[in-house]
Design a protein around this ligand. Structure first.
Ligand code: NAP
Length: 259
């Protein structure tokens, strides 16, 4: 029996990158999966790719904006109706709008807070109704090593450290209802998000990855599968005594950065 047989998992921002890798991992381990992403078409495309690559997988695409309450409520209702419930929620959708503080606009502050923090809040609130009723639920939130501070990312860093406080608080509130809430804080993961950062810095993607690989103890960058493995563990019943925690999955990149 696979770890997620009979489970239904929703992964936000899952049309590509870490989200798609995580949705694939859940499907490989038996879960039915909802690939939630901003555009219905890209969510559908990703669901079709997943079904093609994982024999026997069940996946649907759900177009929704995690920062919009009505959109989130409709999306969670659709998942419950079409897949028959919800057991696992991964709050992965994310954007960056990097700039030094003096150039950072109010709009870019609000956008980043809206997707990461408000998005995780709205999605978790919509899912917890079902989780509490069934006395079972797993939430995994995506934080980042940037939560510890990163030049040019005051908005993103604040949101990602906010995710950790959100995770700890929900660990306390939801634990009595059989719900575990944890976070994963990735280091450099090779995705379109980090490729876009390379482009912004006028660097070649491979050169940028090599530079990041050199700066951590395991001397490589991470890949979506590295994060998917950690998320799947935290969402599994093997981790039922773990809640409110943030697991850094960064090749040791933040080791030695403490005071
Ligand atoms: P990515 O490749 O940019 O994918 C993010 C996905 O989220 C995209 O498909 C995007 O859709 C979707 N999205 C954006 N806004 C949304 C919204 N309002 N509602 C629903 N979906 C939305 O990013 P990634 O690198 O896989 O990162 C995934 C998560 O890990 C993010 O939370 C990120 O902050 C975190 N993280 C990443 C790294 C890294 O090195 N890559 C490191 C630490 C943490 P569109 O394409 O339509 O915008």
């Amino acid at each position: 029996m696979a770890r997620f047989d009979g489970r239904i998992a929703v992964v936000t921002g899952a049309a590509r990158g870490i989200g798609f890798g995580t949705a694939t991992r859940f499907a490989e381990e038996g879960a039915a999966v909802a690939i939630l992403d901003l555009a219905q078409e890209s969510a559908d495309d990703a669901a079709a790719r997943l079904v093609e690559s994982v024999p026997g997988a069940r996946a649907i695409g759900v177009g929704a904006d995690v920062s919009n309450a009505a959109s989130v409520d409709a999306a969670v209702a659709r998942v419950v109706e079409e897949l028959g419930g919800i057991h696992v929620l991964v709050n992965n959708a994310g954007i960056t709008r990097d700039n030094l503080l003096f150039k950072l606009t109010e709009e870019d502050w609000d956008l980043v807070m809206g997707v990461h923090l408000k998005g995780a809040f709205l999605m978790t609130k919509a899912a917890q109704k079902h989780f509490v009723e069934q006395r079972y639920g797993k939430v995994v939130n995506l934080s980042s090593i940037s939560s510890l501070g990163n030049r040019g990312q005051a908005n993103y860093s604040a949101a990602k450290m906010g995710i950790q406080g959100f995770t700890r608080t929900l660990g306390i509130e939801l634990g009595p209802f059989g719900i575990n809430v944890n976070a994963v804080a990735p280091g450099f993961i090779a995705t379109e998000m980090t490729d876009a950062t390379a482009a912004r810095l006028n660097m070649d993607v491979e050169e940028f990855r090599a530079l990041n690989a050199q700066s951590n103890p395991v001397r490589r960058v991470g890949f979506p599968a590295d994060i998917a493995a950690a998320v799947a563990f935290l969402a599994s019943d093997e981790a039922s005594y773990i809640t409110g925690q943030t697991l850094y999955v960064d090749g040791g990149g933040t080791l030695g950065s403490g005071m």
